[in-house]
Each structure stands twice: as structure tokens, then as C-alpha cells.
Design a protein around this ligand. Structure first.
Ligand SMILES: C[S@@+](CC[C@H](N)C(=O)[O-])C[C@H]1O[C@@H](n2cnc3c(N)ncnc32)[C@H](O)[C@@H]1O
Length: 353
């Protein structure tokens, strides 16, 4: 059983988006030779993917990252599967599977699915995680400098997939979910989307270089100002475009100019460092508008949301990204992800490389 699991991948995703996540894994697999197939239950919060062999599975896992799958928050490569975990001592079956792999681990995470599906297992995960770490330390297989991270995906009280990721190709948060606190001064919860987008879609060096005090930005669909607030708190000057009212305290900071205009018509007087956009609009219309900004060089980088339709969500995403690639001009660096703080939407970063 544990040998088969090396052909397996497990993708954590937003519950309800298993079909999109599965379709995307199929497409990625086809591009690298194919032969795999997905297994998912709607609402489960994860997709299992059985690749044609262990090498193919490892190759797919290496594609995870900011330019990797959109609907997979984290992509794990299987080591072994365990069913019939005994309630009184789950480690008794898990540890031998873990020890069948010669690697040392920088850390070990026991995680269940996001949402209702995994909620009942969360307390169990915490308890099991503490016990597992203690046990692995005793067995001297925790080595903080190791590039490998161990995952135990608890899929039910009795079933788990033991899996691995390389730290370079994996989000540094259990389940791919950065737990962010809503800052008290932020005008809206939406602020967390942009904060997460900066964390997930940019690396540390990019954040340092591209989010500098004194830079300039335009925020289309800015009201009440959660996204603008993220920029202003980094001392970036923002033109906030929206007919709706902006948060009064944010406007008093002196870094934000409010323009009551249509975001589809507004043009900046001079190129800006950032265009951000969270307008509630048809995704194709937004994608076309962002492409126009990039093509004309009105912004150096863009971070924006595409609100997904009820049906054919995966097709719509592909279409929008193709439209961007075709119309924004050659050499586009495009990264997209359905973030934890996204709902029926995805977040996209784009710039000319
Ligand atoms: C989800 S809210 C934005 C929330 C904002 N990002 C925040 O963090 O507080 C969407 C906004 O898009 C604005 N909007 C929709 N269509 C627009 C348009 N054509 N031009 C400008 N703003 C628009 C709405 O007025 C609304 O305030």
C-alpha cells in the first residue's frame, strides 16, 4: 500500500472547488505526459491525484509555487497511505510508514481539510501533531536544516496520507493557509486578500524591492479602502478610484487621493508602480482592462481579483489568463491563486518580466 502512495499527490483546496482543482491537475499532468487521474468528493476540501508513476508525481509536486496550480493551496507528494488507524494509538501505524522513508524532516504537520469537512478533525490534528513531533525528535529524524517537510493529511479519523514537500516548492503554512489577523485600523476584511496575495504570489526579495515607501499605486474599486490601506501602510501613495465612500481615517493619513470615477475609464497621469483592482465585475472585462494598463505601460505591476461565474469557472479562468497573455504584450509574468481569503474568485499578479 505504501508503495502505491508514491504515485499519489494530495492537493488542499477551497471546499467546493474540487472540480476546478482536479481539472487543473489533469491539465498539468497532460502537459508532462499524462496517464494520471484525479479522485475528489465535492466539498471535501482536497483532491487526490494518482499519477502514472512516482517520478511523474514528484514532477507535478515540483510545479507547485506562485507560478503553479491556481486551485491547489498546497500540493503534497505521497509516501504512504494508512487506513484503519486505531483510535487509541494512531502513531503506531503512522510512524512505521514515516520511517520507511530515509529522509530527515525540518518539520511535521498534521492537517485536515479546510471548512466543514475537516473541522471535526482539527482538535485531533493538533494533539496528533504534538505527539508526532515529540516522537520524531526521539527517533532523531527532525533536522531543522532539512529541505523536506513531512505532512500527515488526516482525511478521516481512521485514514491518513503521509506525504512530503520540498520547502522550495511548497507554501510555508500548514494546508497552504497563512493565518492572518485583521488589523484593527483596516477599513474592511478585504484587506486580508491583498496581504495574503503579497505573501503567496511574491517572494521575500520581491516584496522588499516592489513594496517600497514612496512608490505609487492606483486602486480600482477601492472603497471602503482595505486594499488601499495595505499600500498606504507601506507608505505607498494611492489614487483610490471608486464612486463609493472611502474610510475617513485612511483619508486623513495624507497618502490617499480619492477619485470618484469609473474604474474602466480612469487613466493615470503618469505610470504607477502598482495597479490593484478588486472591482465586482465580469472577469473578462477586468482582465481586458488590466491587459490594457500593462500594454500601455500605465503600471509596472498589477494585482487583481477575478470574480468567478457560477458555472464553467475553470474555463473562465483559462480564458481570462489567455486573454491577458495575448493582449498585455509579450513576456508576461503571470501568477494566480485562489487564496484562503478569496471566495468565489482568484487573485492574479501580472507584470512584464
Ligand atoms: C469588493 S468592493 C472593494 C473592496 C476594497 N478592495 C476594500 O478592500 O475595501 C468592490 C468595489 O468595486 C467598486 N466598483 C464596481 N464597479 C466599479 C467601477 N466600474 N468603477 C469603480 N469602482 C467600481 C464598488 O463601488 C465597490 O466599492
Amino acid at each position: 500500500m505504501s508503495e502505491d502512495a508514491r504515485n499519489h499527490l494530495l492537493a488542499w483546496c477551497r471546499p467546493g472547488f474540487e472540480p476546478e482543482c482536479a481539472q487543473e491537475l489533469v491539465d498539468l499532468d497532460v502537459m508532462s505526459g499524462g496517464g494520471g487521474y484525479p479522485r475528489a468528493a465535492r466539498g471535501g476540501g482536497f483532491v487526490e491525484f494518482v499519477a502514472r508513476d512516482a517520478e511523474a508525481a514528484a514532477g507535478l509536486q515540483r510545479q507547485a509555487g506562485p507560478r503553479g496550480p491556481i486551485f491547489a493551496r498546497q500540493l503534497l507528494h505521497g509516501i504512504g497511505q494508512v487506513g484503519n488507524l486505531p483510535r487509541e494509538d494512531r502513531l503506531a501505524l503512522l510512524v512505521p510508514v514515516i520511517r520507511s522513508d530515509p529522509r530527515r524532516w525540518c518539520d511535521a504537520w498534521v492537517v485536515s481539510a479546510d471548512g466543514d469537512a475537516g473541522r471535526e478533525l482539527r482538535a485531533l490534528c493538533r494533539a496528533l501533531n504534538a505527539a508526532l513531533i515529540a516522537r520524531l525528535k526521539r527517533e532523531q529524524v527532525i533536522e531543522r536544516d532539512s529541505p523536506w517537510r513531512l505532512h500527515v493529511a488526516l482525511l478521516s479519523p481512521a485514514r491518513a496520507l503521509v506525504a512530503a514537500t520540498h520547502v522550495k516548492h511548497s507554501a510555508p503554512w500548514p494546508g497552504g493557509i497563512p493565518r492572518l489577523r485583521l488589523p484593527r485600523a483596516a477599513p474592511s476584511r478585504s484587506t486580508l486578500k491583498l496581504e495574503e496575495a503579497f505573501l503567496v504570489l511574491l517572494d521575500e526579495d520581491e516584496r522588499a524591492a516592489w513594496l517600497q515607501p514612496g512608490m505609487s499605486a492606483v486602486d480600482l474599486g477601492a472603497a471602503p479602502g482595505g486594499w488601499t490601506w495595505q499600500l498606504a501602510r507601506r507608505s505607498i501613495r494611492v489614487t483610490a478610484v471608486d464612486n463609493g465612500p472611502m474610510d475617513a481615517a485612511l483619508m486623513q493619513g495624507g497618502l490617499v487621493a480619492h477619485r470618484r470615477e469609473d474604474g474602466f475609464r480612469y487613466r493615470p497621469g503618469a505610470p504607477v508602480d502598482w495597479l490593484v483592482c478588486d472591482m465586482l465585475e465580469q472577469p473578462r472585462r477586468v482582465a481586458a482592462r488590466i491587459a490594457e494598463w500593462l500594454r500601455h505601460g500605465w503600471c509596472r505591476r498589477a494585482m487583481f481579483n477575478l470574480k468567478l461565474p457560477m458555472n464553467k469557472r475553470y474555463e473562465e479562468v483559462r480564458l481570462c489568463l489567455e486573454l491577458l497573455c495575448e493582449t498585455a504584450g509579450a513576456g508576461l509574468d503571470l501568477r494566480a491563486r485562489q487564496l484562503y481569503h478569496d471566495r468565489e474568485e482568484i487573485t492574479v499578479f501580472a507584470r512584464h518580466a
